[in-house]
Design a protein around this ligand. Sequence first.
Ligand SMILES: [Zn+2]
Length: 241
Amino acid sequence: MGKNVRILAQLQEIDLKIDSSRGETQALQSEIHSLEAQTEEKQLEIAQQKSELSAVEEEKKILEENLASESDSIARSEERLREIKTQKEYQAVSKEIAAAKKVKADLEDQILQKITRSDELNALVTEKEGYLREFEVNSSVRKGELRARIDQLEADISAVSVARDETAKAVAPAMMKRYETLREKRQGVAIAEAKGGSCLGCNMNLPPQLFNSLFKEDTYVTCPHCQRLLFMRDAGGDVAE
Ligand SMILES: [Zn+2]
């Protein structure tokens, strides 16, 4: 097994740790984004209900103005009624008053509906604002924890990256390129352990003569099934030196 492959196996252990830390960082960041999106969604719902509330209040105000003018008109007609001399005129004005009273009753119904809707919306807005405040407090605590963990992971990644670059210096550039290309094609695992007659990268059996080559210095052995570079561990489980 070539010296480069042994170093690459060590490098891969570091790279897999970095991959895993980056994966965790991304998951934590998407949790932060999700918390922020939920806050925005709740704020938007409240804003929509507040805007519906002010529309209802505006409609109610107009209805109340109409009601007031209808009441004035009824009062004036009733005033007129007292001064009327003819039966015909009396009937006409009485009919007018009855019609106006019906309009007034309709307006009162509509105002009542607006009051009911306005009360509902007010209660809903108050409730949702309460939930939002609670959500924001909890979400801020959670975001603090997530950011602390991200900072820690990023510090770990930088520390490990220094060791990675040191290790990478010992690998020939052409070999390094091969390693990087294989990692891209094989879900981050370019170097696989050969153990018990199999490649642990793809779990396929390896030809027995291939194992003999693994003991030779300056020979690269590739898995015939997944094309990963193969290495063997010593009895202690470490990468063979
Ligand atoms: Zn394989």
